[in-house]
Design a protein around this ligand. Structure first.
Ligand code: 1GP
Length: 240
């Protein structure tokens, strides 16, 4: 499975991608098969697994349970190195480039290198940019960094470009899980205009209209977690 090549070719064809984010702390293992029946009837193309924390180290067993029921690519979206498991297909190798905390810019990455070296995970270097979504998010608390404000468009754009120029293969504009306001369409379109690598957008997207807005503004891949956790019927609205 070449996850990145598939994302690139989707981008070239302007085929939009949707990742369902599963937080191992929030999903009940026994609900995974029925949850995935709904996922498979929707336009979802990717599964992300992760959260800011995983107190009980549940990531691996959740990934194993997911892999049993889906052929969609399962990609780790880890809050820290404890969430790395070889059972997934790939990993967003995140660097929190909106923040200035070396722990999440490079320290965790250095510590994860010897673990990743011994896995078959496809590594997807990702510039992760936290943007103010109207409330303090878990990422902000855990990383002890401040999000970029939505009115500081130049800083968001320049941070995205700096990510691309430093060799990231993806840029992820993140309003934070459960954000009150998603990343504004005007920001997505501005970043998209100058960015060559694929653009991921997530945080606070709760309905079809907001999803379409993000796609129309230029997101190549949108990530939705909370809206599916709160109401699995949302998949019905996103039928393939
Ligand atoms: C969070 O971008 C993801 O990291 C998804 O956010 O849970 O608000 O959909 P939501």
């Amino acid at each position: 499975m070449n996850i990145y090549q598939n994302i690139l070719s989707a981008k070239e064809k302007d085929k939009k991608l949707l990742a369902v984010l599963i937080d191992p702390e929030k999903i009940d293992l026994k609900n995974i098969p029925s949850f995935f029946d709904k996922v498979h009837q929707s336009i979802a193309t990717h599964i992300f697994v992760g959260g800011s924390t995983d107190e009980n180290n549940q990531t691996e067993e959740v990934v194993i349970a997911i892999k049993k029921v889906t052929h969609l690519p399962v990609i780790l979206f880890p809050g820290d190195i404890k969430q790395i498991t070889n059972k997934a297909d790939g990993i967003l190798f995140l660097s929190l480039i909106s923040g200035r905390n070396p722990e999440y810019l490079i320290d965790q990455q250095v510590r994860s290198a010897p673990i990743l070296k011994n896995t078959d995970l496809e590594i997807l270097p990702t510039g992760y940019i936290l943007i103010d979504g109207g409330k303090e998010t878990a990422t902000q608390k855990v990383s002890k960094t401040k999000p970029l404000t939505q009115n500081n468009i130049d800083l968001i754009l320049n941070t995205s470009l700096a990510g691309e120029y430093s060799g990231k293969k993806l840029i992820y504009l993140e309003a934070g899980s459960g954000a009150i306001v998603p990343v504004d369409a005007s920001i997505i379109s501005l970043v998209k205009k100058d960015l060559n690598i694929p653009l991921i957008v997530g945080g606070g997207i709760r309905n079809k209209k907001q999803l379409e807005n993000a796609f129309n503004a230029g997101a190549d891949l949108v990530v939705i977690g909370t809206a599916f956790e709160n109401d699995e019927n949302f998949f019905e609205e996103l039928k393939s």
